[in-house]
Design a protein around this ligand. Structure first.
Ligand SMILES: NC(=O)c1ccc[n+]([C@@H]2O[C@H](COP(=O)([O-])OP(=O)(O)OC[C@H]3O[C@@H](n4cnc5c(N)ncnc54)[C@H](OP(=O)(O)O)[C@@H]3O)[C@@H](O)[C@H]2O)c1
Length: 285
């Protein structure tokens, strides 16, 4: 049995904490809002990691810390507050223990700026052009230098029953680049939770061969193709194609080969399988 901290018990962290409790671990979870009505064996800390003083009640003796924070706003300041200040406060607090916990940090494929439609994997240069990618990459580096046996998972765009942004976009007139193809990468929320559970178990066993993994499904796809499929499947209006100049951005294709080679099997190999389970007749209304 391990003593595990889930820092950021939201849409990914709460189900992960439940899985860890079910597997017999001692689990603590942090979020700012009140705990759920039923604690389910999770030890709750409702505190703001941006406020160092609020961390005082938090225990320190964790074997493992899974860090899944989201910025309060999509702005340079919001990212800095979550991925630099809040995370630094947490790591400084945990430094008070005899040994630092093994950290598993949730990052994003936005650390890759590649935009030529080619494949990227964990060995590709991560040289983010955007503030969000730069902030996440800095947080990754902090974890890699802080933690014994660190792990970073870079998720692609997450979708699932609680994240219907792409479907919502289709409810209004929408134009999307058709040519040159603009690639997009997706991963179902249930796979994100299962990947975290899988990698965390391997981190506790010491059996991960790598420190960085990409969490994307098998199916990078041109965005126009994916959204046209989704519109048809949901009974919504198809997007309007836009034919852009040849030098327009083409996105990137994220390889999940390393994760597959490590033994992870996707529940939802592509967006078709993932969205099929989410669509119902009401979606087109
Ligand atoms: N969305 C995407 O497409 C995408 C793509 C790639 C990677 N990611 C990454 O995937 C993760 C998404 O996680 P999620 O879906 O579980 O997000 P979420 O539902 O927003 O949960 C985040 C949790 O972190 C807590 N939190 C944030 N700041 C905090 C602070 N200062 N102090 C204490 N608790 C704090 C929140 O607390 P409250 O509940 O109290 O607010 C919430 O419980 C993020 O790490 C994100 O960077 C997302």
């Amino acid at each position: 049995m391990a003593n595990i901290l889930v820092a950021g018990a939201g849409k990914l962290g709460l189900p992960l904490a439940r899985l860890l409790v079910a597997a017999g671990h001692r689990v603590s979870a942090i979020r700012r809002s009140d705990p759920p009505p039923v604690a389910e064996g999770i030890h709750w800390y409702c505190l703001d990691l941006e406020e160092p003083a609020s961390l005082a009640p938090l225990a320190r003796d964790y074997d493992q810390a899974v860090i899944i924070l989201t910025p309060a706003s999509r702005s340079p300041e919001g990212y800095e507050r979550a991925y630099q200040h809040a995370q630094d406060n947490l790591l400084a607090h945990l430094d008070g223990s005899r040994t630092r916990p093994a950290c598993l940090f949730v990052s994003a494929t936005s650390v890759y700026a590649q935009d030529d439609g080619g494949w990227v994997d964990e060995t590709s240069p991560a040289e983010p052009a955007s503030y969000n990618g730069r902030s996440l990459l800095a947080a990754e580096h902090r974890i890699l230098e802080y933690s014994p046996a660190p792990l970073v998972i870079r998720f692609a765009g997450i979708y699932g029953p609680a994240r219907r942004r792409l479907l919502d976009q289709l409810r209004k007139p929408l134009s999307i680049q058709r040519s040159p193809p603009l690639y997009t990468n997706r991963v179902h929320q249930d796979d994100c939770i299962a990947i975290l559970d899988f990698l965390a178990a391997r981190q506790r066993e010491g059996s991960n061969r790598h420190t960085i993994y990409i969490g994307a499904d098998h199916c990078p796809a041109p965005k126009f193709e994916m959204m046209t499929w989704l519109a048809e499947a949901a009974g919504l209006a198809a997007p309007t194609p836009v034919d852009a100049p040849d030098d327009a951005p083409r996105g990137k294709r994220c390889s999940n080969r390393r994760l597959l080679d490590s033994g992870y099997a996707f529940r939802y190999p592509g967006y078709r399988e993932g969205y099929a389970g989410m669509l119902n007749p009401a979606d087109g209304e």
